[in-house]
Ligand binder design. Structure first.
Ligand code: ADP
Length: 328
């Protein structure tokens, strides 16, 4: 009898609901459906839930509709962190934003794709660690003390060893790191090499990031370079999450007050001219450099530095929540 009702109710489902139905139970007028929502973003999931509830509530004998959702595979989102040139603090930002995102309870992994100048092993205090491998030969990332697993060329080579690889080998090394066994990670932050060369483009084409962050300093030249970096992502059809201005103003090491010897607002103005979001500014702050050198990211601590990273991380998280991801 209940089976008849179930079959009738299945027919009432909207097409997307029917194709994603895992199970349906009916008891005392209460319908419980389980839907597979893998790959759908939050908005699509909400719409589906409403559509299923509306469709079934109109049926005879139904007093309540419950919708449970499961996604067998987490949708992993890749965030590329790029800059037009080196030395603007791209790696520092990538490490701190990964830690700040992890502090919001998200599972985050970090790939150091800057293969010719890897710095993430030092930034996350994992120098000297070596990744292991799964039986099917995938790399298993190195655990850092900050709750963010990480993979860097520095974990795969001897300290100080010069890396003089040509493009294709570099591309393969990157692929192995992105394709590693990232476990539960929902977000993978990829610290790209500076500039807009072939390695970057290959990387973007092979693993299309969900979105990109552009790091720039307030100086005009760096901003021009940032514009080029945006061009690279446009070419790869990667949406820009927004721009972050680093070394923006100078934080006094004694009182913490931020002064602006070069003026403010350059990156913000550039972002708005280009129609991109401005995610925030991080001052030039000796504490950030000292924390970085010590492998103790400022974002893991307390105080104005950690707060500044947390605010930017929150904006990124909100952006990601409204985007779909690629299957993990
Ligand atoms: P990139 O990855 O763009 O080459 P890095 O992240 O390696 O740049 O940063 C370059 C140097 O600047 C490092 O010594 C780093 O500690 C320092 N640095 C980066 N951002 C800041 C900041 N906001 N305040 C102080 N020092 C910083």
């Amino acid at each position: 009898m209940s089976d008849d009702i179930t079959e009738r109710l299945k027919l009432a489902l909207p097409p997307l609901g029917a194709s994603r139905l895992q199970s349906m139970k009916v008891a005392d007028g209460v319908v419980t459906t389980v839907l597979d929502v893998a790959g759908l973003d939050r908005l699509e999931r909400d719409r589906l839930e409403v559509a299923v509830k509306d469709a079934l509530r109109g049926e005879a004998g139904v007093s309540e509709v419950r919708v449970a959702m499961m996604a067998d595979k987490p949708a992993r989102k890749i965030v590329a962190v790029g800059s037009g040139k080196g030395g603007v603090g791209k790696s520092t930002l990538a490490a701190n934003l990964a830690v700040a995102l992890a502090r919001t309870g998200r599972k985050v992994g970090l790939v150091d794709a800057d293969i010719y100048g890897p710095s993430q092993a030092r930034l996350l205090a994992t120098e000297g660690s070596r990744p292991t491998a799964t039986p099917d030969k995938k790399l298993v990332p190195v655990e850092s003390p900050w709750g963010v697993p990480v993979l860097s060329m520095a974990h795969l080579t001897e300290p100080g060893q010069a890396i003089a690889w040509r493009g294709p080998m570099a591309g393969n090394a990157l692929s192995q790191m992105v394709d590693a066994d990232w476990g539960e990670a929902e977000i993978l932050i990829v610290d790209l090499p500076p500039g807009t060369g072939d390695v970057q483009l290959t990387m973007l084409q092979r693993f299309k990031p969900t979105g990109a962050l552009i790091v720039s300093t307030p100086q005009d030249l760096a901003l021009m370079d940032a514009t080029r970096a945006i061009g690279l992502f446009d070419q790869g059809n990667v949406p820009i999450i927004g721009m972050v201005e680093n070394m923006a103003g100078y934080a006094c090491p004694h009182c913490g007050e931020v002064s602006d010897p070069f003026g403010t607002g350059g990156a913000q103005a550039a972002a708005s001219t280009m129609g991109h979001a401005f995610l925030g500014r991080i001052p030039l702050d000796i504490a950030i450099r000292q924390d970085s050198d010590a492998g103790n990211p400022s974002a893991a601590g307390e105080g104005p530095q950690a707060e500044a990273f947390a605010e930017i991380a929150q904006r990124i998280a909100t952006w990601l929540d409204n985007q779909g991801g690629v299957p993990a």
